[in-house]
Each structure stands twice: as structure tokens, then as C-alpha cells.
Design a protein around this ligand. Structure first.
Ligand code: HEM
Length: 475
């Protein structure tokens, strides 16, 4: 098969670099081989061709609905060990399209906006759990906030023992994958050996089983308490009881063309997908945003001035539209895209793309990390500069933190909404500062990336301005 040039090292060595030092690996490949290069990870994954030029990304992401490329879920096997085989990640073709149609609406429009007050409330509540003048890991509250939000959206749970257990176990599962050794489990199936509860895989599967048990218990409770179903058209969701607007209720009421409901295993896989995809990524983006805002005083000052222009009754939509807050969130996702790559797409026939010839069956990926560092698009790309998003509009193939095409992130609007409301609440309610002098670097976190640990400290509470509306949380 004709492939663009790339590193010649044995695939096992390339895999180790991809797991341990993905950023320098991508940059050195880019320096040596140019915009388009091929890496070889292992036989199962096969060669993977990287593209980061906007013109090439546009071709890939506007033709991945089977015109020139396919977007097979089978390529996303690395996620299977967490989200199972029936998650939207793993589905292809019509089944994939149907799953997206079902999962998208709760994360958009009115349904999404109905979470606005809750997001502010949770952000304030979690930040109040931290005492003044005692440094803490910046990631911790951001993870708690985003997990609480997604648990509420997915299950309608906000409190109680099952909720607290889920919060603890999911946090532990993902933290467990944050070091390169454990992250290797995702990429190298041969390492998945259960050598007891202290071994990496043994710990992982026991942890996952505990989460599954809780999810299945929740599904069983819901089935027991489900109202008797009324006749309804096949492929139409049953009417959702007004009292419940969470995603589990919605998924349980969905029917396929044959009138069949999702099985417990299918429900489990979709729920796990939303819990994992829906909080880890946003928590990481929020942690990076906190870092840059507190590292660069002029950025924080400008944000505070913008937030002070709001009155106490500003609604979440007004916060969502604040230009500088939007620029800070975008710049955070540009300089540190949480997902380094889009999912793989596969060529359906022989094509010419950005000067290279690709045979049918070649797996290509959009390299978000390198696309966001192109000097001709983003001047001084290593600098955190929100103004670039005020000065110019970037196309969806120049700036693509959420991917694009048929697999574009389902939670894109929700994640941006959540980031803005959490940041505006935290900044306008609390005075924070970075603590310590530890250098903060981007590093692998499981399948995605995130900052190395760093601490922040609460200096005090800010009284006056709210992020738009007072929230009903007592101190
Ligand atoms: C800052 C936060 C987030 C980032 C940076 C992010 C990024 C991404 C990226 C790059 C993709 C792959 C797109 C492609 O291949 O073209 C993706 C897919 C996906 N994301 Fe997100 N995401 C975020 C938040 C969320 C949230 C909040 C949810 C759910 C509520 C979510 C659910 C998903 C799902 C289900 C997919 C798979 C879509 C499919 O296979 O059709 N993500 N995300």
C-alpha cells in the first residue's frame, strides 16, 4: 500500500512514543516529514496517516459520510474497554446515525439551556467545599463540578449514596488511566492481564464492574418505576414523563423501527459513554482555563471587567455570548486541545489528498494538535492569546477542538456552555491564585491529554458581582 512517509522505527517503539510523549512525537514527525506523515502503531491499528492542513481536513470532514471516506466505529476499539461494544463510539453506518439522533437533542437548544442555573449552582457549591488559604489540586474541583453536572443530566441524580459512589468510582477509574503505564492498557491489549486486584488491569476491571453494578441498579430501579407505556408510533420515543427530563429516561423510552427498546447492555454502554466523554474532557478544559487565567493577570482582569458588566439577573445565554469569555475558552481549547486527534476515517477508493495518493482502505486522522499550531493560521502558536479569537474568525477546519463531520462531538455546545458558566461563576465568586512554582506541562491522560498536576488556592470570596444571577446555595 502506498503511504506518505513517516518514522522508520519499529512499530513497538512508535507505540511507546505515542503513549508516553505524544506531543514531541507528533512535532518531530511534522518537522521531519512535513504536513502529512504516516505512523505505525501496531498490526491491529495498522498505519495511521496524519493530516493537519485545513484544506485536507475540509475534504476529510465533509466527505466522511461514505462519499470518499467511511467512519467505522470498529476503529475506536481502544475505547471499548471503558464504553463497551454498543456505545455510539463503536457503531457505524445507520446504527451510528440513529444513536446520534437519539443522543444529540439533550445536549442542545432549550434542553441544554435548562441546565444553566444548575451548572452555576453546582460550581458554587463545589468551590465552597474548599477552605481559604489551603492549596488544592486545580483539577479536583473542576472534575467534581463536571461529573456532578453530567450525572445530573444523564441520570437526574444529584445526591444519595448511589450518586456519591458513582462520583468516587468514575473519578478513580479515569485517574487510574492518567499515567502512561496504565494508559498503555488502552493501546496494548496484551497487557490486559488480571493478576489480582493490585495489578493495573485487575484494578481497572474491578473498578469498572463496580460502576456497571451501580448503573444496572439504576436501570432496574427505573424499569420497576416506569409508568405503563401507552401505544405510540414505532421509532418514536414514548412521551417522557414531565417529572423526568434526564437522558436515561429518554433512552429507555426510545424504540427502533421494529418497536424494540434498548437492552440493559446497550443502555449501559451509552450511559458510560456520556459519563466518560461528557465530563473528563470538559474538566480538563476548565483546569487549563483556570491555569492560564491565573497565570496571566491581564487576562483575568479583562474577564472580571466583562463579568462586572452583567447585572444580577443576567441569564445564562447572556453569559454564553460574552465575547472575551468566549475568546478565553476558545484559546484554551486551541492551545491545549483535549483530544489530540479526530477519530479515524478510512478511504473508500484511491484518492489524491493534499498532494499525496491514498489507496482504498487507508486510515487517516485529523491531527487537531498540529492543526492548532500552524504558524500561518495562528501567529506565535505557543502563546496564550485570546485576542486572536476577537480579531479574526477561524474556519471549522483551522480550529476544530470538537472534530467535525459525521462524528463531530455530540457534547460540543454543552461543553462550551458549561465551561463559560463554570468559569464565570468561579471567577466572580472567588479570588483564586496559582500556588507553588511547579512547571505545568501538557501530558497524556488516558486517550486524551491534560495538564500535569498543579495547585490553586482560594484567597477569599468575592462579594459583589455575580456571574449573572444569584445562585441558591448556602455557604
Ligand atoms: C471540552 C470538551 C470536549 C471536547 C474537547 C470533545 C472533543 C471531541 C472530539 C475531538 C470528538 C471526535 C470528533 C471527530 O472524530 O470528528 C468527540 C466525540 C464525541 N464526544 Fe466530545 N468533547 C468534549 C465534550 C463532550 C461532552 C460534554 C459530551 C457528552 C455530553 C461528549 C460526547 C462525545 C461523543 C458521544 C462523541 C462521539 C461521537 C460519534 O462517535 O459520533 N463530548 N468529542
Amino acid at each position: 500500500m502506498a503511504l506518505p512517509d513517516g518514522p522508520k522505527a519499529p512499530s513497538v517503539w512508535q507505540m511507546l512514543q505515542w503513549i508516553g510523549t505524544p506531543f514531541s512525537f507528533m512535532q518531530s514527525c511534522h518537522r521531519q516529514y512535513g504536513d502529512c506523515f504516516t505512523i505505525q502503531l501496531n498490526r491491529k491499528f495498522g498505519p495511521l496517516v496524519f493530516f493537519s492542513q485545513p484544506e485536507a481536513l475540509q475534504v476529510i470532514l465533509t466527505n466522511d459520510d461514505a462519499k470518499l471516506f467511511e467512519s467505522p466505529g470498529t476503529l475506536n476499539v481502544a475505547l471499548e474497554m471503558i464504553t463497551g461494544t454498543q456505545s455510539v463510539f463503536g457503531l457505524s453506518g445507520d446504527r451510528h446515525r440513529r444513536a446520534r439522533q437519539l443522543l444529540m437533542p439533550p445536549f442542545h437548544g432549550e434542553r441544554m439551556r435548562s441546565y444553566g442555573e444548575l451548572i452555576r449552582e453546582i460550581a458554587e457549591q463545589v468551590m465552597r467545599e474548599y477552605g481559604t488559604a489551603r492549596p488544592f489540586e486545580a483539577r479536583e474541583p473542576m472534575q467534581r463540578i463536571s461529573l456532578r453536572i453530567i450525572l445530573r443530566a444523564v441520570f437526574g441524580l444529584t445526591d444519595g449514596p448511589r450518586y456519591q459512589e458513582l462520583e468516587r468510582l468514575i473519578g478513580r477509574l479515569l485517574d487510574g488511566l492518567s499515567n502512561p503505564l496504565n494508559a498503555s492498557l488502552l493501546f496494548i491489549p496484551a497487557l490486559r492481564q488480571d493478576l489480582g486486584p493490585l495489578s493495573p488491569w485487575g484494578r481497572f476491571i474491578r473498578n469498572r464492574q463496580q460502576i456497571d453494578d451501580l448503573i444496572y441498579q439504576e436501570i432496574a430501579d427505573r424499569r420497576r418505576n416506569q409508568p405503563v407505556s401507552k401505544p405510540h408510533a414505532a421509532s418514536e420515543p414514548e412521551p417522557v414523563p414531565a417529572s423526568r427530563n434526564d437522558i436515561l429516561t429518554l433512552l429507555m423510552s426510545a424504540r427502533d423501527e421494529a418497536g424494540e427498546a434498548l437492552s440493559d447492555a446497550e443502555l449501559r454502554d451509552e450511559l458510560m459513554t456520556l459519563l466518560i466523554a461528557g465530563h473528563e474532557t470538559t474538566a480538563t478544559a476548565l483546569t487549563w482555563a483556570l491555569y492560564w487565567i491565573h497565570l496571566l493577570p491581564p487576562v483575568r482582569q479583562r474577564l472580571l471587567e466583562e463579568l462586572e458588566s452583567l447585572d444580577d439577573n443576567s441569564d445564562p445565554n447572556t453569559v454564553f455570548r460574552l465575547p472575551y469569555l468566549n475568546a478565553v475558552c476558545s484559546e484554551t481549547l486551541r492551545i491545549h486541545p483535549v483530544a489530540l486527534l479526530t477519530f479515524g476515517r478510512v478511504t473508500r477508493s484511491r484518492i489524491e489528498l493534499a498532494g499525496v495518493t491514498l489507496d482504498p482502505g487507508t486510515t487517516v486522522t485529523g491531527c487537531i494538535y498540529l492543526a492548532h499550531r500552524r504558524k500561518e493560521v495562528f501567529s506565535k502558536p505557543e502563546e496564550f492569546n485570546p485576542d486572536r479569537f476577537l480579531d479574526r474568525h477561524y474556519s471549522p477546519y483551522e480550529f476544530l477542538p470538537f472534530g467535525g463531520g459525521v462524528r463531530r462531538c455530540i457534547g460540543m455546545a454543552f461543553a462550551q456552555f458549561e465551561m463559560k458558566l463554570v468559569l464565570s461563576t468561579v471567577l466572580s465568586r472567588f479570588d483564586l491564585a496559582l500556588s507553588g512554582t511547579r512547571e505545568v506541562r501538557q501530558r497524556r491522560r488516558g486517550l486524551v491529554s491534560g495538564p500535569s498536576p498543579f495547585k490553586i488556592v482560594k484567597i477569599g470570596a468575592r462579594g459583589g458581582v455575580s456571574a449573572g444571577g444569584r445562585v441558591g446555595v448556602s455557604a
